[in-house]
Each structure stands twice: as structure tokens, then as C-alpha cells.
Design a protein around this ligand. Sequence first.
Ligand SMILES: [Zn+2]
Length: 59
Amino acid sequence: MTKVRMFLCKIGLHKWSRKTFIDYGPTSNVKTWRRYCKICGKRQTWVQAKGDKKWFRGN
Ligand SMILES: [Zn+2]
């Protein structure tokens, strides 16, 4: 963990992991994608409504 890397995180340039897809099953009407920063551990989650191409961003 270098100071440069932490600086990049501080300004929002995180080193993201691969996206992980979470499906809550056929009864769910949303799909969830999750990834995390390998340096600071920050998590980011997207929720996508099934059948909708518009993406929503949440915590
Ligand atoms: Zn980070």
C-alpha cells in the first residue's frame, strides 16, 4: 500500500476488483453488481432493474 495509491483513492481513482454479479432469484425484479477497491476496501454496488437498461447507483 503506497502513498501514491492512497492518494489516488482519495481523489476517487480506486483500483476496482472484478465486478461480482448477485442474483436474488427469479422472484427478484433487480440484478445487483458489486465491486470493491483492492487498496482501501471501498465497496460499490449497482442495482439494475430486470428488463430495464437504465442503471441505478447506490450504496
Ligand atoms: Zn480505493
